[in-house]
Write a protein that binds this ligand. Structure first.
Ligand SMILES: NC(=O)c1ccc[n+]([C@@H]2O[C@H](COP(=O)([O-])OP(=O)(O)OC[C@H]3O[C@@H](n4cnc5c(N)ncnc54)[C@H](O)[C@@H]3O)[C@@H](O)[C@H]2O)c1
Ligand SMILES: [Zn+2]
Length: 363
């Protein structure tokens, strides 16, 4: 079992990671609640909801709400439905809301918890690998049709209970997606962890490896957000790989590629720009071999028009004065934010597309 303590601007909270925790909530919850609302989605609910409900003592009133799986549920409509559920179930200031699911459920249920009665206790039970990233750091939000996460706030959970056993039912593309963010955390922090990770076959990980990788990833994220919760400085480093990823996701239409798979491709691009800009050598070769071995959909890049990608990157929130701000690596563990001109970016992207298409032909 791994236990971490994370400090937020409002309180400190514990993250517990272990196989089988969903059935042992009684032993791990810090406080006793009379009423609990478990929010989950239509894929995770049928798998784990009953076990979570049954893990509470009989005198606790546990209700639940199930939203459709998928990003579309991070909506005003579901938010409103869930507030209705809080009211119907008569949740009060001493009640608990649990988000049982991936990052979508975490963001949505956290936003409900942050606003219902001006804030009730919120417990994250992440069930995806990607949610190691979303369940700490306190950002909760829903989407607007004009963009992702436009409506939200900072609201940290009172605890994160991460049962690695639930990860066994994750579809393969969601494992890859989660590991896109895990490898990002490794590159932002530590060469020896990177070297270990870049030989892993993601279809053959043990529970101990999952626990170790999630713990290390959460530690990296926690160190960054503890220094800069509201993203004025170092928190921007967590956007490594995200400038290209967001452009690809938007251009392809959400749902065509998972977020973390797009991030994994974006990281490769950022590594190439870093090597050229700083004349350094990064573990790019082993990174690319790892992407190929684990069947990351690198050919997806070839489906989008590079001009359109540059346009999207230009409108990314990190663009100032026609210079696009990119998170680059001076070395593994030494991220920095650099300005790149649009002309240079065009050049880099064309070279990158060429390299990806050569690799794609060989595989
Ligand atoms: N708050 C933050 O700091 C932060 C950071 C990163 C991402 N996010 C948000 O997280 C979301 C993405 O998270 P995600 O990738 O976990 O997406 P998700 O919650 O949509 O889960 C992906 C898919 O996997 C399914 N799933 C989840 N756990 C499962 C399990 N154990 N077994 C079988 N299926 C399972 C879900 O039903 C869904 O279909 C996005 O909304 C993103 O904006 C938030
Ligand atoms: Zn991300």
């Amino acid at each position: 079992m791994s236990t971490l303590m994370i400090s937020s601007s409002t309180h400190s909270y514990q993250v517990v990671i272990k196989k089988g925790l969903r059935t042992q909530l009684k032993d791990h919850l810090d406080k006793k609640y009379a009423k609990v609302l478990v929010i989950t989605d239509s894929k995770v609910g049928p798998l784990y909801l009953d076990e979570v409900i049954n893990a509470f003592p009989e005198d606790v009133e546990v209700s639940h709400s199930i939203v459709s799986a998928g990003e579309a549920s991070k909506s005003m409509e579901q938010y409103s439905n869930l507030l209705n559920a809080c009211i119907t179930n008569q949740l009060d200031r001493n009640s608990l809301i649990i988000g049982l699911g991936g990052g979508m459920v975490g963001d949505l249920s956290g936003f409900v918890a942050s606003t219902y009665l001006r804030g009730v206790d919120f417990l994250q039970m992440p069930t995806s690998i990607l949610a190691h990233d979303s369940s700490v750091g306190g950002k909760v939000a829903i989407n607007h049709k004009q963009g992702k996460n436009l409506i939200g706030c900072f609201y940290s959970p009172i605890q994160v209970i991460y049962d690695t056993e639930t990860l066994q039912t994750l579809p393969v593309e969601e494992i890859r997606s989660g590991y896109g963010e895990v490898v990002k955390h490794a590159l932002l922090s530590d060469m020896s962890w990177c070297e270990q990770l870049l030989v892993e076959d993601l279809s053959a990980l043990s529970y101990q490896q999952l626990e170790d990788h999630l713990t290390l990833g959460i530690q990296v994220k926690a160190e960054v957000v503890e220094q800069d919760e509201k993203e004025h400085g170092v928190r921007r480093h967590l956007n490594l790989g995200h400038t290209l990823a967001h452009a690809m996701e938007a251009e392809l239409g959400y749902g065509e590629i998972t977020h973390g798979e797009a991030v994994a491709i974006g990281i490769w691009f950022a590594m190439k720009i870093s090597e050229d800009s700083f004349k350094v050598s990064l573990p790019t070769k082993s990174y690319v071999q790892w992407l190929i071995k684990n069947e990351y959909p690198i050919d997806t890049l070839l489906k989008v028009n590079p001009e359109k990608l540059v346009n999207r990157m230009r409108w990314d929130k990190k663009t100032i004065d026609n210079n696009i701000h990119f998170v680059l690596l001076e070395a593994v563990g030494s991220p920095t934010v650099e300005k790149i001109s649009e002309t240079k970016l065009h050049q880099y992207l064309n070279d990158f597309v060429e390299e990806v298409s050569q690799i794609d032909k060989r595989n």
